[in-house]
Design a binder for this molecule. Structure first.
Ligand SMILES: Cc1cc2nc3c(=O)[nH]c(=O)nc-3n(C[C@H](O)[C@H](O)[C@H](O)COP(=O)(O)OP(=O)(O)OC[C@H]3O[C@@H](n4cnc5c(N)ncnc54)[C@H](O)[C@@H]3O)c2cc1C
Ligand code: FES
Length: 340
């Protein structure tokens, strides 16, 4: 057993032998933010102020910089002695901490599956009479029917549309969920869990840059729809990286958002091929951003493949963005996770 003190709430709980910090907190009716529970998403990152932990299982989500700053993943950390952790990095509020885990399971049915561009499919899961309360930017874990395995996808709908879960899913040829979707009939039952994750639009006076790579548009679309629904007057520029014009999608949704947000710009960036008529940006998204802004004092939200996020972050910092104003979800591959 090890006692764990959680700052800044000055609250202590006890972890049983062999329990991770996350398991201990949840068993004690407390919440630490989490998503994948297997070291892949980074949602649960907290700072280890005192004590020592053993890492158990994968820790993909922990960069060398995180480790240098004493960040750990409670979902993969077993305390070896009494510890003090600081949860401020995870954005957890005192109310959320003491309210415990409010995520739960939902029984949905497949309401839409449509390949809309290249290897991107738009999916709608209908919740019937049930409703999901979530913050724009969060994600769900979907149980692939017949396998007991979970796959993580960001919600793309506006939180006000709470009776559906809209997803944007990259279709990997050998993907477990991708294969299920290709063969499934509309109306097939699907169980999902959530909502999880701490990505959200942060209040500030700074203009916003959003950077989407491929299916990384999903949480940003939800955030944009939410900003539009709430009548926000924030300045937002959406950079959308795709291989070619044929890989761009959701253009009607983006046009609609542009009509509803007073200060919105959409910048598609094509990396591989484009027609002679294309007058827009080409190359890597980050290069387009650097061409268009000599200095940056923005809040920046990035979603998509980890190399896109890892490549863009140092260049954004060099151009003046503060580390604390960069928010992201890296779309890491799943490991074989069974629901608990
Ligand atoms: C917080 C979070 C949010 C996410 N949101 C989305 C989302 O909105 N839309 C979306 O499309 N994906 C999203 N992902 C990524 C998605 O969960 C994984 O890509 C998942 O593995 C896809 O499941 P699958 O069953 O189709 O393929 P799998 O059966 O898991 O994988 C099939 C093959 O493709 C490879 N592969 C799978 N995913 C990736 C990847 N991301 N990068 C490189 N290779 C990969 C695997 O290694 C394997 O060889 C998110 C991930 C995280 C952590
Ligand atoms: S919940 Fe810990 S890394 Fe995903």
């Amino acid at each position: 057993m090890a006692s764990i003190k959680v700052e800044p709430f000055s609250h202590e709980f006890v972890c049983e032998d062999g329990e991770t910090l996350l398991e201990g907190a949840l068993r004690n009716g407390l919440l630490l933010k989490y998503g994948c529970k297997h070291g892949g998403c980074g949602t649960c990152k907290v700072r280890l102020v005192d004590g020592d932990v053993a890492e158990q299982g994968p820790t993909f989500a922990l960069s060398a910089e995180d480790q240098a700053n004493d960040l750990i993943l409670p979902c993969s950390s077993i305390p070896l002695e009494p510890c003090v952790i600081d949860v401020e990095t995870s954005g957890l509020t005192e109310d959320e901490f003491f309210s415990g885990d409010t995520s739960r399971g939902y029984d949905a049915v497949l309401g839409r599956f449509e390949v809309v561009a290249g290897d991107i499919a738009r999916v709608r899961l209908d919740l019937g009479d049930d409703e999901i309360a979530f913050t724009a930017g969060q994600f769900v874990n979907v149980e692939v029917p017949g396998t007991g395995l979970l796959r993580t996808f960001s919600l793309a709908n506006c939180p006000a549309d709470s009776s559906v879960v809209e997803l944007i899913c990259k279709q990997y040829t050998d993907g477990l969920f991708a294969r299920f979707l290709r063969d499934a009939d509309l109306g097939t039952p699907i169980r999902l869990f959530g909502p999880y994750g701490s990505l959200k639009v942060h209040l500030s006076h700074r203009p916003i840059i959003m950077i989407a790579g491929g299916s990384g548009l999903a949480p940003l679309l939800s955030m944009l729809r939410d900003l539009a629904a709430k009548g926000s007057d924030r300045s937002v520029t959406l950079y959308f990286g795709a291989r070619s014009e044929g890989h761009l999608y959701a253009l009607d949704d983006i046009t609609d958002i542009g009509c509803r947000l007073p200060d919105f710009e959409f910048v598609p960036v094509l990396s591989e091929s484009w027609s002679p008529n294309w007058t827009g940006e080409t190359g890597m998204v980050i290069d387009a951003i650097l061409r268009r802004h000599t200095t940056l004092a923005h809040d920046v939200y990035l979603c998509g493949p980890p190399p896109m996020i890892d490549g863009a972050t140092p260049l954004l910092l060099e151009r003046g963005v503060r580390q604390r104003n960069i928010y992201y979800d890296a779309f890491t591959p799943a490991t074989q996770t069974v629901p608990s």
